[in-house]
Design a protein around this ligand. Structure first.
Ligand SMILES: Nc1nc2c(ncn2[C@@H]2O[C@H](COP(=O)(O)OP(=O)(O)O)[C@@H](O)[C@H]2O)c(=O)[nH]1
Ligand SMILES: Nc1ncnc2c1ncn2[C@@H]1O[C@H](COP(=O)(O)OP(=O)(O)O)[C@@H](O)[C@H]1O
Length: 200
């Protein structure tokens, strides 16, 4: 599946509420025509403002399981009571355009992608502390209390595993947003310039 000459994909992971989407949206806006987002499938309900086919492919459990059984996914996981997964075509669609494919997956996704030949750059976005993470998740106002607690529980596991050596190429602590964004850019600038040069 990996095009040897194409740009290396990027996996962004880290606790829910760490700031992955915020950083990603900014990156994709600043470097239009450089990145392509791998649109995952999920069984969770769309949030206000989320678009089907853009943020996620919103599907039923039955539909998702059917795709998994057919071998259409490179990885899938259960997170906070819902199914999430990366389909092969979501990555191929981006790679066919010679863009840097960005995947936003949880820690189970990271472990399973390591078993494939995708060979991405692995980046973990971490919150400064559990307290700040909880505050940001509450202020985002997207989760029920139950869903919030499940995310915090998963965050504890994520924060432990992410500190193990060799799991991530880089761990970025998202305290000050500007600083975190600059760090993310500096990690990716080499790949960004390759794509920009190829277009000239
Ligand atoms: N393994 C895996 N995890 C995913 C996928 N898509 C999203 N996730 C992860 O699922 C978790 C929940 O995502 P979401 O419901 O959008 O909530 P949010 O992270 O709080 O905005 C996050 O950790 C995502 O990184 C996927 O295709 N595979
Ligand atoms: N550095 C930061 N300082 C303060 N708030 C932030 C920062 N980064 C993100 N946020 C806010 O925290 C919340 C969670 O960020 P989000 O990007 O949705 O996280 P994720 O995609 O990792 O779940 C959002 O409301 C976002 O606006």
């Amino acid at each position: 599946m990996r095009e040897m000459s194409g740009p290396r994909p990027v996996v962004l992971s880290g606790p829910s509420g760490a700031g992955k989407s915020t950083l990603l949206k900014r990156l994709m806006k600043e470097y239009e025509g450089v990145f392509g987002f791998s649109v995952s499938h999920t069984t969770r309900n769309p949030r206000p403002g989320e678009e089907d086919g853009k943020d996620y492919h919103f599907v039923t459990r039955e539909k998702m399981q059917e795709g998994i059984d057919k071998g259409e996914f490179i990885e899938n996981a259960e997170f906070s009571g819902n199914m999430y997964g990366t389909s092969k075509s979501s990555i191929e669609d981006v790679q066919a355009q010679n863009l840097i494919c960005i995947l936003d997956v949880d820690i189970q996704g990271v472990k399973n992608i390591k078993k494939t030949d995708l060979n991405p750059i692995y980046i973990s976005i971490q919150p400064p502390s559990m307290e700040i993470l909880e505050k940001r998740l509450r202020e985002r106002q997207t989760e029920s209390e139950d869903s919030l607690q499940k995310r915090l529980e998963a965050a504890r596991i994520d924060m432990e595993l992410s500190n193990e050596p060799g799991v991530f190429d880089i761990v970025i602590v998202n305290d000050d947003l500007e600083e975190a964004y600059e760090k993310l850019k500096s990690v990716l600038i080499e790949e960004i310039e390759k794509v920009q040069d190829a277009k000239k």
